[in-house]
Design a protein around this ligand. Structure first.
Ligand SMILES: [Zn+2]
Ligand SMILES: [Zn+2]
Length: 151
């Protein structure tokens, strides 16, 4: 078994849950894609393996509760991505108000500043920060382009 999957397996079992084959397959899909997926999109990837939509919902809820995945809400739909075990553990999100797409802003230099801001806030306020969640809202590159008018 993959090292990261093994780590998560231990975490799930430590919380008192069984590490089922379904959980493993859903995890593997999350690792493969490395972006945000909603329950339906994940279900589409695993339905051939006889995993029902209800199981996908339940599993993602559990993953979110234990802190394996981050849940991002866009217009009432939950999207999930791996938290600390993913390839991009720390990044800013950008949401387009026109097409509702969510983009990962994943830039090393920006992420470093992002960490610095967190540290400064910790120092000044005497708090411990576990996670930073920034969602920028605006209009994406695609939607910014002017639509051609028929005249
Ligand atoms: Zn857009
Ligand atoms: Zn993301």
């Amino acid at each position: 078994m993959d090292d990261k999957i093994l780590l998560i397996k231990n975490l799930i079992e430590k919380k008192g849950y069984k590490f089922t084959n379904q959980k493993k397959m859903i995890l593997e899909e999350l690792f493969k894609v490395n972006t945000h997926l909603n329950s339906k999109q994940i279900y589409d990837k695993v339905k051939d393996k006889k995993i029902g939509l209800a199981t996908v919902y339940r599993t993602l809820n559990l993953f979110s509760e234990i802190g394996i995945v981050k849940e991002i809400n866009v217009d009432g739909v939950s999207y999930y991505e791996l938290k600390m075990y993913g390839k991009k553990p720390l990044h800013i999100h950008f949401q387009c108000v026109k097409c509702n797409s969510v983009i990962d802003i994943d830039d090393n230099n920006l992420n470093l500043q992002y960490l610095k801001i967190g540290r400064e806030i910790e120092d000044k306020n005497n708090v411990d920060i576990y996670d930073i969640d920034i969602m920028l809202v605006g209009v994406c590159d695609k939607c910014k382009k002017p639509t051609v008018k028929n005249q």
